[in-house]
Ligand binder design. Structure first.
Ligand code: BT5
Length: 267
């Protein structure tokens, strides 16, 4: 909880208990996209662990060039640069650690229970509270750097925002009180650093298990669709490449790749 009149992001106040993440912080009152800035910084230097945060984005992006909407000065808009020694086919583990981190940090700071909706969303009471956008820069088929971008609805009221008013929620909307973005940010950085360490130590199975334990869809009946294609089945597990293993009506297993498919729970 916090004094909501004083929820300013000040780099001097963001002091996470970390050794890598957020030791360098770049703050913008307004920028186009923190992921875009992160990529520019990473193209020009090492920058592992550098945090880019903004109070407002003019071109906040989701996957497939979708928009990320955020009222100025109320939410968390952040990106981090990583230089993981990770095979490209395991890059989804970066999104996985970010998702698990969000579930843990939101729980720790606000007490709210959230769940991960494959591939990259965090849901609370069946509405989207946060989204992760992981972008890779490859060099000779290896990851040169990765940027993990996170949009988390903290203190905004989204109940009248066109396009997302029925599908989105925020911590404020769920808890009826405002929370310190600085506290949340520090928690995210601290937990994500622990998760990243696990990844560096190749503890893939641990990471996968944690992700599955917090998943909204695993073990549930789901409908996967894209354009004219639609398929019903049980979401069984997550494969190492991040695809969802669907056991379909003919009892056949299919790997569903994130791409442009949308997924919903069967009512
Ligand atoms: C995501 O994409 O959910 C990833 C969003 C990542 C945003 C962060 S903010 C900091 C960093 N800098 C950036 O430019 N991006 C990252 P996707 O799964 O494609 O979902 C996008 C969809 O979510 C949109 O098409 C809307 O339907 C919905 N949406 C947009 N804004 C939302 C919000 N604030 N809350 C909930 N849903 C939203």
């Amino acid at each position: 909880m916090m004094d909501s009149t004083n929820d300013k992001l000040r780099t001097s106040k963001i002091k996470p208990d970390t050794v890598l993440l957020g030791k360098e912080i770049v703050y913008y009152k307004k920028t186009d996209s923190t992921n875009r800035v992160a990529k520019e910084l990473a193209n020009n230097g090492d920058c592992e662990g550098t945090l880019i945060i903004a109070d407002e984005q003019t071109k906040g992006r989701g996957r497939l060039n979708r928009n990320w909407i955020s009222a100025p000065g109320t939410n968390i808009l952040m990106s981090l640069v990583f230089r993981p020694f990770l095979p490209v086919n395991k890059s989804f583990f970066l999104t996985m650690i970010a998702s698990t981190t969000l579930v843990k940090a939101i729980k720790k700071v606000t007490g709210l229970k959230t769940l991960i909706k494959w591939p990259n969303d965090i849901y609370c009471n069946n509405k989207k509270m946060s989204g992760v956008l992981t972008e890779l820069n490859l060099h000779h088929n290896k990851i040169d750097y990765a940027v993990i971008g996170i949009g988390l609805n903290v203190n905004s009221d989204l109940s009248a925002v066109p396009g997302i008013k029925d599908t989105a929620t925020s911590i404020f909307m769920e808890r009826g009180q405002k929370f310190s973005r600085t506290s949340l940010l520090c928690s995210i950085l601290e937990i994500l650093e622990e998760e990243y360490l696990q990844l560096k130590q190749n503890k893939f199975e641990n990471i996968r298990k944690q992700w599955e334990d917090n998943s909204l869809v695993i073990g549930k009946q789901v409908i996967v669709s894209s354009g004219d294609y639609s398929e019903f089945g049980i979401a069984e597990s997550i494969a190492e490449d991040g695809s969802l293993v669907l056991l379909n009506e003919e009892n056949k297993r299919k790997n569903i790749h994130a791409g442009d498919v949308s997924l919903r729970l069967k009512e």
